[in-house]
Design a protein around this ligand. Structure first.
Ligand code: HEC
Ligand code: HEC
Length: 274
């Protein structure tokens, strides 16, 4: 009963409002919304870009055969000493390219000092690793296999010998690198994994929005986008990746560690460059 009365009251007020003004208030609001919508899109297009479909590297052109080989290698535990780890162990593609652990479990069970970032869209980053010490995904892919904590193979030769012992790999490397006399090499392994990672690109509704589809985001999401921009998140999270395109001091306004209570001090790039 009470509900009906309130509803009736609201209808009455609305009716009164729409009659009291000369022109149609409903349409005016809609026209305003449309304009604000367009303005937000224009602002967003100035700060972000839509993702490309792949991350091209002229030095390592993508081919179907290379990507297929890279896909196999990414999931192959033979690239680790005791066979506990593949790339996918720490960058699980079923869980958005991460392992959801604070730090990852290495091949021998020990843990490294840093969190595993996702491999999704990573190929588009300015550089690889938290401190940017590898220039691209090809260079990066050579690291974990020989890293004593991560995959712990003792040498490149041991790795290549293992790959050569697999008949299927001999065929796949030959198909992926048709101009090479001896295609099963450590370098080609990193190129194949790199080519695979260059296809791990995840366009979303936000990318459709940036390409001009105003209906790709709902009203709540557009409000969130506005807050994100107005709060200044875009100082670090912008571009096609919403980040990964610059190095920034962590703890821009205040010191990070007292505020978070974190005792784990990682100096990142400073350790490399001093
Ligand atoms: C034991 C866990 C582990 C394994 C196995 C592993 N990684 Fe990682 N990966 C990490 C961690 C931890 C980092 C960050 C390390 C750092 O920044 O110093 C990382 C960083 C990366 C990055 C950089 C991403 C970015 O945003 O900067 C890429 C790409 C990557 N790994 C790919 C691979 C590939 C390819 C393999 C297999 C050849 C592999 N990883 C094997 C843990 C692992
Ligand atoms: C001074 C630079 C800076 C600003 C400003 C900033 N961030 Fe970040 N943000 C980072 C860095 C660096 C990381 C990655 C470090 C980490 O995950 O520990 C990160 C990580 C994130 C992540 C996790 C992403 C992932 O893949 O796990 C989210 C979500 C995020 N930021 C949201 C925001 C929001 C929302 C704002 C604005 C209120 C904001 N950030 C402002 C630098 C910044």
């Amino acid at each position: 009963m009470k509900k009906t009365l309130i509803l009736a009251g609201l209808v009455g007020i609305t009716f009164w409002m729409s009659c009291s003004g000369g022109n149609e208030p409903k349409q005016e609001v809609k026209a305003d919304d449309g304009k604000a919508d367009q303005e937000l899109l224009a602002q967003a297009q100035g700060l972000f870009q839509a993702l490309p479909t792949s991350a091209e590297n002229p030095e390592n052109p993508i081919s179907e055969e290379k990507v297929k080989l890279g896909h196999y290698l990414y999931f192959d535990t033979r690239l680790s000493k005791t066979g506990n780890n593949s790339c996918n162990s720490c960058h699980n593609l079923a869980t958005y390219g991460v392992d959801n652990e604070p730090t990852s479990k290495g091949d021998n069970g020990g843990r490294g000092g840093r969190n595993s970032p996702t491999t999704l869209n990573a190929a588009l980053h300015l550089a690889q690793f938290w401190d940017g010490r590898a220039k691209d995904v090809e260079e990066q892919a050579g690291g974990p296999v020989l890293n004593p904590v991560e995959m712990a193979l003792p040498s490149k030769k041991v790795c290549v010998d293992r790959l050569k012992a697999v008949k299927e790999y001999q065929n796949m490397f030959a198909a992926a690198f048709p101009n090479d006399k001896d295609p099963v090499t450590y370098d080609n392994m990193t190129k194949a994994i790199g080519a695979f990672e260059r296809k791990l690109i995840t366009p979303s509704r936000f990318d459709s929005y940036l390409k001009g589809d105003l209906t790709a985001l709902n009203t709540e999401e557009k409000e969130g986008l506005k807050s994100f921009i107005n709060a200044g998140c875009t100082a670090c999270h912008s571009g096609a990746l919403l980040g990964g395109d610059k190095f920034m001091k962590f703890g821009l306004v205040n010191d990070y560690h007292p505020l978070t209570g974190s005792s784990d001090k990682d100096h990142g790039k400073m350790d490399l460059t001093k």
